[in-house]
Design a protein around this ligand. Structure first.
Ligand SMILES: Nc1nc2c(ncn2[C@@H]2O[C@H](COP(=O)(O)OP(=O)(O)O)[C@@H](O)[C@H]2O)c(=O)[nH]1
Ligand SMILES: [Mg+2]
Length: 296
């Protein structure tokens, strides 16, 4: 059996998490048009009759600015060195710049087999693809390039086959019914954060963390969930809540609907917004909020 780990690497917003969700066939990582959506390393597991691919989603590559983004970068860096295969995800529709090529060269030089997913081809002119593939070859990047669309499910199977071929022979790392290493509790917090990312301007969601206080399955099968939405400033709290609590009610309602889909049961959700100043700069608070150092 082919079995191994694949680090999914690329710039913020390239489409890494979306691609993993499509491979796995379930939402294991939240997605939004904003950078810093993925903060943590998350595993997505794809098991077939004769193969198991363990995708490692990473926060992506950033120019570090605060303790949280630094830790995110470190997660990406350590992950990329400790896997069987690197899948470099490039947003084809964003164009191929010198900085993209430099990044690919950097990861290609680690001595780990690498493939390139050239994604979002559903929203770009097809004629750009061969020109970019040629540019990559000219830059000495030997990795096979797979033009794909995660959104339209295009060419995903070919990429899966390409990855499988590069994996070593071995026993599966996870049992066949596992799709992620993360708990339901974690996904609940992430779904709340996703809706906040989608609704508010970047400054607010980037300063938000979610704490799950209560996650309880009642005897009748419904769930009782209570969350703290932690933000960095009083004025962020006011914006999060909105006039007469309307903004918060709306995001909580969207989050609850997704939680119900995810858990397959009715959810009673209550939320409370708290201010903890500068939590992103404090190692202690980061740990408390679940952003401690992670190891593969
Ligand atoms: N049109 C299109 N959009 C995509 C595709 N893959 C991802 N996106 C969008 O790109 C944005 C960033 O995706 P995400 O998976 O969060 O990127 P990440 O930061 O690399 O994990 C989201 O708005 C996605 O819906 C794709 O194949 N086609
Ligand atoms: Mg992501």
């Amino acid at each position: 059996m082919k079995s191994g780990t694949v680090a999914v690497i690329g710039k913020a917003n390239a489409g890494k998490s979306t691609l993993i969700n499509v491979f796995v066939g379930e939402k294991v990582a939240i997605v939004s048009p904003k950078p810093q959506t993925t903060r943590d390393r998350i595993l997505g597991v794809l098991t077939r009759a004769d193969s198991q691919i363990v995708f490692v989603d990473t926060p992506g590559i950033y120019k570090s600015r605060n303790t949280l983004t630094e830790r995110m970068m470190k997660t990406t860096e350590t992950t990329s060195k400790d896997v069987d295969v690197i899948l470099f995800v490039h947003d084809g529709h964003a164009g191929l710049g010198e900085d993209d090529i430099a990044l690919m060269q950097k990861y290609a030089s680690l001595g780990i087999p690498m493939l390139i997913a050239y994604t979002k081809i559903d929203i770009m002119p097809k004629e750009h693809i061969p020109a970019d593939v040629k540019k990559l070859a000219e830059a000495g990047i030997e990795a096979d390039v797979y033009p794909v669309s995660a959104r339209k499910g295009k060419n995903i199977k070919a990429l899966e086959n390409g990855i499988t071929q590069l994996l070593p022979e071995g026993e599966p790392l996870f049992s066949e019914n596992v799709v992620s290493d993360r708990s339901e509790r974690f996904m609940i917090a992430e779904l709340m954060r996703e809706k906040i990312l989608l609704k508010y301007e970047e400054e607010i969601p980037h300063g938000v963390a979610i704490i799950v206080n209560t996650f309880k399955r009642r005897e009748n099968g419904t769930y009782e969930i209570n969350l703290d939405i932690v933000c960095e400033k009083q004025n962020h709290k006011a914006i999060l809540i909105g006039k007469q609590g309307r903004a918060l009610k709306e995001v909580a309602s969207f989050a609850r609907q997704d939680m119900e889909k995810f858990l397959g049961a009715k959810v009673f959700l209550t939320t409370y917004v708290r201010v903890r100043e500068d939590w992103r700069e404090s190692a202690g608070l980061l740990k408390e909020l679940g952003y401690g150092e992670t190891e593969l």
